[in-house]
Design a protein around this ligand. Structure first.
Ligand code: SAH
Length: 386
């Protein structure tokens, strides 16, 4: 595809999701490179960003919020930036096409099934959000219908009709979210069709993914990113590795092939359950997973006098915290490989580690989020004495 095309989405101003709409893809990469350099250059040379070959329709997870417009027509789309007004979206340039198609089908079915969209102000109505996830390699598709209340009267017929239109859907879940919140998913969920999760493949491993578990949204670039992280760790087979903020265990499982043992730690219970089953299904025996706060876990490890050779860490946008980083310093791994989705918090955390005996050896930005301002970065941090 010609990445020079200025593919201006007609919703982009109201939607706000793609801050770089209207910029040719190479220009977007230039901006991201400059942004990372401005924040991280002081720690070392920033390698040229690895861009996407195909920057369109890459998101394997698509979310739509449902509402009615002023004339009472059912709409689906996204929240306008910093508000709860819904911007109707017919077609998005970065979301998986099949997932978008399923959302359009669901929208078209609501009237004949007499399903009302949920009204956030009054609490009346039923359908609040739809979330669709597709395994890029497996082709498996999960649909999550997020409802404002647990009773879905025409559930069985709805599932039948939806599957008739989209036989490629492999599982459908109901999730109940009756709270006044900007979180999409509520606590309660039930499976109404299929096995309740999808599987996908990354770097030669198979992963099961539950509705509430984190999974990287750009499957092609995720392999690029993980391969870089593994390359930076330069494992020899003798190491004890910690995979902190491990999600469903992806990075740790890939690392386990090249290490003596891996310990994964993750806060989200569903993700930890997925991670444990993933290890079993892939027959990876040298990995264990612990559920809990990564900082607390590392602090306890350090207090027990344990050691680690490599710490792989991939925290959320807020970055890590002092408890975690001070425990890293006590555990004294030779290498820390930091995978970050926010260069600002990354810079803050690097500042901490570089004051405590570590130095930055490699910095590699990877573009996982074309058309948006976001950028992923992998950093190799090493103990100065090694
Ligand atoms: N490495 C994984 C997940 C990265 S996303 C992957 O590449 O798929 C960040 C993860 O950190 C999420 O799964 C989130 O649930 C988890 N998380 C957030 N805060 C945490 C904390 N305090 N302790 C441990 N895990 C945490």
């Amino acid at each position: 595809m010609n990445t020079e095309t200025l593919n201006i989405c007609k919703n982009y101003k109201k939607c706000g999701g793609c801050q770089y709409q209207g910029l040719a893809y190479p220009k977007q990469l230039e901006k991201k490179q400059k942004n990372v350099e401005a924040l991280l250059k002081k720690f070392g040379k920033v390698n040229p960003i690895i861009g996407m070959k195909e920057p369109f329709y890459y998101r394997n997870k698509v979310h739509a919020v449902f509402d009615r417009d002023r004339r009472g027509n059912i709409i689906s789309g996204t929240y306008e930036a910093n508000s709860h007004r819904v911007v109707p979206i017919e077609e998005c340039l970065i979301e998986d096409k099949k997932c978008q198609e399923i959302i359009r089908t669901i929208r078209g079915m609501l009237k004949s099934f007499k399903i009302k969209t949920y009204d956030e102000d009054t609490g009346y109505g039923l359908l609040r959000h739809v979330l669709v996830r597709r395994g890029a390699k497996s082709g498996e598709i999960m649909v999550v219908l997020v409802l404002g209340s647990p009773i879905f009267p025409s559930k069985n017929n709805f599932v039948k009709a939806l599957r008739k239109e989209h036989p490629e859907i492999t599982t459908i879940l109901l999730n109940v979210n009756s709270k006044k919140t900007s979180m999409v998913l509520g606590e309660k969920e039930s499976v109404i069709y299929g096995k309740g999760f999808i599987r996908d493949e990354l770097c030669g491993c198979t992963f099961r993914i539950s509705a509430k578990s984190f999974y990287q949204v750009n499957p092609v670039q995720t392999e690029v990113l993980y391969n870089k992280a593994i390359e930076f760790a330069a494992l020899t087979g003798k190491e004890r590795v910690i995979d902190a903020y491990c999600g469903i265990g992806t990075i740790g499982m890939i690392a386990a092939k090249h290490a003596k043992e891996v310990i994964g730690v993750e806060l989200n219970k569903d993700a930890v359950r997925d991670a444990k089953l993933n290890a079993k299904e892939n027959n990876v025996k040298n990995i264990v997973f612990r559920q809990g706060d990564a900082g607390e876990f590392m602090t306890a490890m350090a207090a027990a006098g344990e050691k680690a050779d490599v710490v792989l860490m991939d925290p959320p946008r807020a970055g890590s915290d002092e408890a975690f980083l001070s425990a890293v310093v006590k555990l004294a791994p030779e290498k820390v490989v930091y995978v970050s989705c926010n260069p600002e918090t990354l810079a803050r955390d690097l500042k901490y580690l570089t004051r405590k005996g570590y130095e930055v050896r490699k910095i590699q930005p990877v573009d996982m989020f074309g058309f948006t301002v976001h950028v992923e970065t992998v950093v190799l941090i090493q103990r100065k004495d090694t």
